[in-house]
Design a protein around this ligand. Structure first.
Ligand SMILES: NC(=O)c1ccc[n+]([C@@H]2O[C@H](COP(=O)([O-])OP(=O)(O)OC[C@H]3O[C@@H](n4cnc5c(N)ncnc54)[C@H](OP(=O)(O)O)[C@@H]3O)[C@@H](O)[C@H]2O)c1
Length: 269
């Protein structure tokens, strides 16, 4: 990957940077985690530092979406594989490996039946968390029976009793808030279980709700050079009429193969 913020950054050599990745992962929680200009350290080192800094508040929460040039994350039928390229896929697995928990919304599980495990790089599988307030999931999806990682289903408190399970997943009742389950309450519940780095992997509704609630520290949008012309939207926030009310966070930009990733920092204080 190339960092567009560095004027003379050379493209990544095709030889893999897995060794640098493993060195960074081993120092994920260290004060001395490297943040130099090598591609792996430059992208992931600052995230590790931000995670350490966020520990006092409970969690470091970062979301990622891959979208088309026209802001779609899937076709209307829900097909999203593979919108972005292999470099973004590797990045997603690295983000899983850095996180304590990876969260997705129920539609993503229904459409993609994802494993949410770390397979393309070194690293341990995070806790898998599905936000499924109304409980349409029936336990037939892979995450409920593959035993690859612990799995937690967050359901509305009026739809689940404590101690209930679905396949090998624990069900955690969460109180309903204004629009669905309160993202801050989700962060608090997961922090209480020692999950301090949360990676929200989609879909658009789930990421939008965290963003609208002010519950995201960072948002990574990978833009693939493709136009769908229709399909499921990525971010959808309450309407604004004045551009002054738009979000203009500080950003970092990276080239991931044919794609460009823009990372927004909502917690730059
Ligand atoms: N390109 C990408 O990066 C990417 C990543 C992931 C998924 N996808 C694709 O995106 C599509 C799914 O995305 P989506 O936006 O339709 O749905 P989604 O975000 O996967 O799931 C949304 C649903 O999750 C529940 N939910 C999430 N957050 C909640 C909260 N805070 N409180 C209450 N409920 C909450 C709601 O369920 P209820 O409606 O039951 O209350 C909501 O309708 C799939 O086609 C998938 O393939 C693309």
């Amino acid at each position: 990957m190339t960092d567009l913020n560095q004027p003379n950054a050379a493209p990544m050599p095709p030889a893999d940077d897995e060794i640098a990745w493993q060195a960074l992962l081993a120092r994920r929680n260290d004060e001395s985690v490297p943040i130099d200009n090598t591609p792996v350290n430059h992208l992931y080192g600052p995230l590790c530092r931000s995670h350490r800094a966020a520990l006092k508040q409970g969690t470091f929460t970062i979301a990622h979406l891959a979208q088309s040039l026209d802001g779609r994350i899937a076709t209307t039928a829900g097909v999203s594989r593979w919108l972005s390229g292999t470099a973004d896929l590797l990045h997603t697995h690295r983000m899983r490996a850095l996180a304590d928990a990876v969260l997705v919304g129920v539609n993503t599980v229904l459409h993609d039946d994802p494993q949410l495990t770390v397979r393309r790089c070194a690293g341990s599988n995070p806790l898998r968390v599905v936000i499924d307030p109304e409980r349409p999931l029936d336990g037939s999806q892979r995450i409920f029976h593959d035993s690859a990682a612990p799995t937690l289903l967050l359901a509305a408190a009026d739809r689940a009793g404590s101690g209930e399970t679905l396949g090998c997943a624990e069900i955690l009742p969460v109180a309903r808030g204004g629009t669905g389950l309160d993202p801050h309450e989700i962060r608090r519940l997961l922090a209480h279980r020692g999950m301090t780095w949360l990676f929200i992997e989609g879909g658009g509704i789930t990421v939008s709700r965290f963003l609208a609630a002010g519950a995201l520290d960072r948002l990574q949008l990978t833009i693939a050079p493709v136009i769908l012309g229709s399909g499921r939207p990525g971010l959808l926030l309450p309407e604004i009429t004045d551009l002054q009310n738009s979000l203009r966070p500080p950003t970092r930009r990276f080239i991931l193969g044919d794609d460009i990733m823009v990372e927004c920092d909502f917690n730059h204080g």
